[in-house]
Design a protein around this ligand. Structure first.
Ligand SMILES: Nc1ncnc2c1ncn2[C@@H]1O[C@H](COP(=O)(O)OP(=O)(O)OP(=O)(O)O)[C@@H](O)[C@H]1O
Ligand SMILES: [Mg+2]
Length: 326
């Protein structure tokens, strides 16, 4: 029978809209039932999970992009479109950052009300912070919350070494933005808007920055424009004026480490974990490292410890993710 922990984890993943996790827990319950000799129930549960999984795959918008949003021609090499189902509740954030992001979502949901008073939602948001702290995940969550497609600008395709061509490609992207409402995500924007270019192409770097600034100024689309950077200090100051909010991401404090692990490992009993040593072992790791360590520990638990996740396994997994300080 399902344990109360498993039931709670299922309710939590239902509330977060995380179908994959919900079904993964159901799989676990089937395995437990089978081990306990309830083979018939295990079999029925497995069949049910498989059919729900199949039906939800068919329903997923990501497997069937709507024609209007599918970039064609040259645009296809400049922009990738996805339809994220991520929600803000999936991202472990400080209260302050979460509040700010929810306010932006609300402004977009209630943009008609704002417009009655001659106001507009904030549309340009800069996300800044170290790698693996949740910037790209936030872009997906904002798209998921607003039910909009996420257009990720492929800067490798946009930035070329030919004079003036980058501006032409940026124009294609910004023109597309006027046509399809969505969340437009300029990841690693420092590549486009750095203060100084490499010494030998400083002229082109400046031209690229200027055209980006100009397109941002002229942009009259109605979706969200997000930019992310690991190197805020490299960005040209003129960029900051164009963004209506800057949101700062950081490595996780101990309570976030615990929340991320608990969220990632709902199928395991974590009640005996001594959190202080676990969060200590996660010092210096990013949220992405912790998620990866959680998955490592889960694999070990299943393959080597009969599905029991020990503190030792967690400590080992976190230790293996740590980069030795030289
Ligand atoms: N705040 C968070 N809460 C929960 N999971 C997170 C968080 N941040 C990162 N993760 C996990 O790590 C993965 C990678 O994070 P993400 O791509 O959002 O990092 P990033 O800040 O965009 O990094 P980079 O600067 O390298 O692009 C996510 O898909 C998620 O599984
Ligand atoms: Mg990213």
């Amino acid at each position: 029978m399902a344990s109360s922990k498993q039931l709670m984890a299922m309710i939590r993943s239902h509330a977060a809209g995380d179908d994959d996790r919900f079904l993964a827990i159901a799989d676990h319950i089937a395995t437990d039932a089978s081990k306990a000799g309830h083979h018939r129930m295990a079999e029925e549960l497995r069949t049910l999970v498989a059919s729900v999984r199949e039906a939800s795959q068919e329903r997923r918008p990501s497997s069937k992009p709507t024609p209007i949003a599918a970039p064609r021609g040259e645009l296809a090499s400049l922009v990738r479109v996805t339809f994220p189902e991520t929600r803000l509740s999936d991202v472990v954030l400080s209260d302050d950052v979460e509040k700010r992001l929810r306010r932006i979502v609300r402004e977009h949901r209630e943009r008609n009300l704002l417009s009655e008073s001659g106001l507009e939602p904030r549309r340009k948001v800069l996300l800044s912070g170290p790698p693996g702290t949740g910037k790209s995940m936030t872009a997906a969550a904002l798209a998921g919350e607003l039910g909009l497609p996420l257009f990720t600008i492929l800067l490798d395709g946009v930035i070329t070494k030919y004079m003036g061509e980058t501006a032409a490609k940026l124009r294609i992207v910004f023109e597309a933005m006027q046509g399809a409402r969505g969340v437009y995500f300029f990841d690693e924007v420092d590549a486009l808007a750095t203060r100084r270019g490499a010494e030998n192409d400083i002229g082109e770097a400046r031209r690229m920055l200027n055209s980006f600034l100009q397109f941002l100024d002229e942009d009259a689309s109605t979706g969200l424009v997000l930019a992310a950077t690991n190197h805020q200090e490299l960005l040209d100051r003129a960029i900051f004026r164009r963004f209506e909010a800057t949101i700062r991401y950081d490595l996780p404090p101990p309570d976030h480490v615990r929340r991320i692990l608990a969220q990632r490992l709902p199928q395991f009993d974590l009640s005996k974990i001594e959190w202080e040593s676990v969060t200590g072992a996660a010092k210096g790791l990013s949220q992405a490292d912790i998620v990866a360590a959680a998955d490592d520990a889960a694999r070990d638990a299943v393959l080597e410890a009969d599905g029991v996740l020990t503190e030792e396994a967690l400590l080992r997994a976190l230790g293996e993710r740590a980069i030795p300080i030289r």
